[in-house]
Each structure stands twice: as C-alpha cells, then as structure tokens.
Write a protein that binds this ligand. Structure first.
Ligand code: ADP
Length: 451
C-alpha cells in the first residue's frame, strides 16, 4: 500500500490534519469550555454582590420584598437563590431543597451527590459594611456548558469543512502529480512494446509537464534513430544485392553458356570490379559502424596537412587527366601541422577531391585552395561540375544519399563517402561546408580541420 506515492501522500496528509488540526481543535474546545464556565461564574458572583446590596435595603425598609427579589434573581439566572441569616442559617429559598451556604469571595463549582454539578456564588447582604445575612445563587453547570457546546459545534464544523476542503485539494494535487506519471509510464510501456510513435499527450505547463516534454523529445530521437538504422540496414542490403546480382548472372552465364575467351575475360573483369565495389562498401560500412559504436578514436599523429594534400593531388592527377579535367592546388602555405590519424585525414580529403573529379564533366576544372586561421586548417575544393540543387544541399553527407539517383547510376558510387567524411570530421570536431549555386553551376566543398 505504501509503495504508491498517492497512498503515501494521502496518509501523510491525513496524519497531519487529524493529529495536528484535530489536536489543536480539541485543545481549543477544552479552553472554550473552561473559559465559558469561568465567565459565567464571574458574572454570577457579580450578580450575587449586586443582589446582596438590594436585599440589604429591602430587609431594612421592606422585609416582604426580599422573597420577590430572590425569585426574580433565580428566574434571571435559571437557577436557585437562597437567603441566609448572619449566622448562616437558612432564611428563605426559591428551592425546596436548598444547598447549604458556601461562604466564598468568588464562585465555586461543586458536585453534589443528588444533583448535577452546580456553580455557586454567595455574597453578604447588607449596607455600608454591615452584614445582615448572605445571599447564595446556584446554577447547574449544564447551563453554561450548553452555551459552550454551541460554540464548540461551530468550531468543529469549521474544522470539518477545512479538513474536507484540505483533503479534496490534496487529492486533486496528488492526482495532478500521479496522473501524468501514470500517463508517462503507459507511454513508456507502449513504446517498449514496439510502438515508437507513442507520445505523452498534452504535457502540463509545470515541472511534471517538463518531464513529459523531455520524454517526448527523447522518444522523437529514439524513433528517428531507429528509422535511420532501419533505412541504413535496408540501403546497405540493397547496395550489396546489386553487385551480387551482377556477379551471379555473370558466373551463371560462364558456367552454363558456351562463351568465347574475349567475353569470358570481360565478365571476369566485371566480376572483379563488382567485388572491389562490394569490398569498398563493406569497408566503409565497417568504419561507419565503428565510429557509431564509438570504437574509433581521433588519432594523435602530427601530420603536415599541406604535404598530405600535395601528395593526394599528385596521386589523383592521372584520374583527372583521364577525364581531361584540370586539377590544381593553390596554396600560400608552406606547411600546416594537424593532429590526426593519417588514414582518417586521407579518407576525408580523398573523398572530397575525388568527388570533385567524379561529378565534373570532361574538360572541367577542380581547384584546391588551402588556407589557415588561428584555429583551423581549411581545404576548399571547387569544381565546375554538375552542382547541387538547393533542395538536395541539406541531404549531402547523409548516409546513402545520392542526388539525382537515375543520373548518378552512371557515376559509380554508394552514397557513403561523404557520410564517412562527416562522421570522421565529427570525431575531430571538424566541419564540412557545402556550397553550390544550383544544377550545372559547380560546387565548393570546404573542410575545416581544427589545429
Ligand atoms: P557517392 O559519390 O558514392 O555517390 P558521396 O557520399 O561521396 O557518395 O556523395 C553523395 C552525393 O553527393 C553524390 O551522389 C552526389 O550526388 C553528391 N555530390 C558529392 N560531391 C559532389 C560534387 N562535387 N558535385 C556535385 N554533387 C556532389
């Protein structure tokens, strides 16, 4: 039962209300009862004193009037009035069974065996200090107690109303905390069951709502990551299936058809190039998955960036020349040391320069420009090639993305090269910036490598 937050809070609240407020109300009740009886007793004493004065006069000038004053007094207070002589002997009383004289300066509370508790007040009868007798007034305690009970009833009604209001408010408050938590739990369980589109509905604008919003953001991310991974797996299988189909077709033909030597060697070359393509793809996939799993860390070798690009340009010259493309390197830098793993740096720069050559038609130009700032080494590769539409620009660097799929089938590739570039650069806190004025207007790929 106490495992539930709601039960714990309600129990805690009830304990506070009942023990705290209840105790306070009980204590106040006793105080009210005692003070009502004291007030009543004091006023009875004052009455006794004033009646004592009046009786003194009456006994002197009109002894018959005394009985009337006694009766009037008894009626006024709702009790009994008794007159005693100077030596305390009973003179007259409104009661059949009058109480004996209790000589006192202030009222007393007395329990008589045959009656309920009585409040008794007595005072001397006489004028100017002369004592001719005593007047005693007694009233059952139940009379002021009934008045006190009226007040207590009001107090307990207030206590009950506030307790009920308090309990309702607490219940509302607790529910406003626990209900969103239950919703959150339900959403998490539904997501755990496989429905990743579930979200916490209408999170409130308070702190609990913040948890719901944070959960929704996380759910969004998880859903996107899973969708990306599914697309990645399906793209990867698709990319591997295409060369495999070609290889299977060629091997079947070689096994079953009677082919001449020339066709056979053409097929073997085709198979060889598909196998190379596949192994390149698998290498890229493995590297990407190692980066994703954070199993690849940034290298710490000191490499001269300028020399690296010079060597790369030299290596790629034949490829550019094959397409009659002018590949030029423009650099005012003598050298620029960067911290990296040589393979990582080579993969990044080779992919970008190779793409420039790949996506530039015959007779075009690819120029590499090197600059250095305080914080980074920058390599800008500008080509006069096919360019990139504004719509495709944000997708460049996403895994398996190839602009203009139908057209790009003619240009060999997998759509993983730049994804790899982006992932490696992330490892080094570097960036890839792509600019193009649109289709047919060339493109600039700028790599910034932190120093
Ligand atoms: P791949 O070259 O194997 O297709 P990349 O990841 O290297 O894969 O490139 C992704 C896509 O980006 C390419 O298919 C191409 O559409 C576009 N692209 C890359 N470099 C250039 C460039 N220099 N000019 C125009 N488009 C480019």
């Amino acid at each position: 039962m106490f495992n539930s937050l709601r039960n714990r809070l309600i129990t805690f609240y009830l304990a506070v209300v009942i023990l705290g407020f209840g105790g306070l109300t009980l204590w106040s009740s006793n105080q009210i009862m005692a003070s009502t009886i004291t007030d009543f007793g004091n006023s009875l004493q004052i009455q006794a004193l004033s009646v004592g004065g009046r009786l003194g006069e009456a006994m002197e000038y009109n002894p018959q009037g005394a009985a009337g004053i006694l009766q009037e007094t008894a009626d006024n207070v709702g009790g009994e009035a008794t007159l005693f002589n100077r030596s305390g002997q009973l003179q007259d009383s409104t009661s059949q069974t009058p109480l004996a004289l209790v000589q006192t300066d202030s009222f007393v509370l007395q329990q008589d065996g045959s009656r309920t508790s009585q409040i008794i007040a007595s005072a001397p009868v006489g004028e100017e200090g002369e004592i001719n007798g005593y007047i005693q007034i007694n009233v059952p305690r139940s009379i002021p107690a009934a008045t006190a009970r009226q007040r207590l009833l009001a107090l307990w009604a207030v206590f009950a109303t506030f307790s009920l209001l308090g309990i309702s408010a607490t219940y509302w408050l607790i529910t406003s905390v626990t209900r969103p938590l239950e919703d959150l739990q339900q959403t998490a369980l539904t997501m755990a069951g496989g429905d990743l589109s579930q979200r916490v509905a209408d999170p409130s604008p308070d702190e609990i709502g913040d948890v719901g919003r944070a959960f929704n953001t996380m759910a969004e991310q998880v859903e996107n990551i899973v969708a990306d991974q599914r697309a990645f797996a399906s793209n990867a299988s698709h990319e591997l299936r295409t060369p495999l189909t070609t290889i299977r077709l060629r091997t079947e033909m070689m096994l079953h058809d009677d082919l001449n030597e020339e066709t056979k060697s053409e097929f073997v070359e085709e198979i060889d190039s598909e196998v190379k393509r596949m192994s390149g793809l698998v290498d890229d996939l493995l590297l990407l998955s190692r980066i994703d799993a954070k199993r690849l860390s940034a290298g710490t070798e000191q490499i001269d960036g300028v020399r690296l690009i010079q060597q790369l340009t030299a290596k790629l010259q034949p490829k550019a020349a094959g397409k009659n493309i002018t590949l030029s390197l423009d650099s005012a830098l003598g050298q620029c040391p960067i911290t990296a793993n040589l393979n990582h740096a080579e993969t990044v720069f080779r992919n970008v320069v190779e793409n420039g050559i790949k996506y530039t038609p015959e007779g075009g130009r690819v120029s590499i420009n090197l600059t250095q700032t305080k914080e980074k080494f920058q390599v800008a590769v500008t080509d006069t090639g096919e360019g990139i539409t504004a719509e495709d620009l944000p997708n460049i660097g996403k895994r398996f993305f190839r602009a203009d799929r139908a057209h790009s089938r003619k240009v060999a590739g997998t759509g993983l090269g730049l994804a790899l570039v982006v992932s490696i650069l992330e490892l080094y806190d570097g960036t890839l910036d792509v600019k193009s004025d649109g289709k047919g207007k060339g493109a600039t790929f700028e790599v910034s490598w932190p120093l």
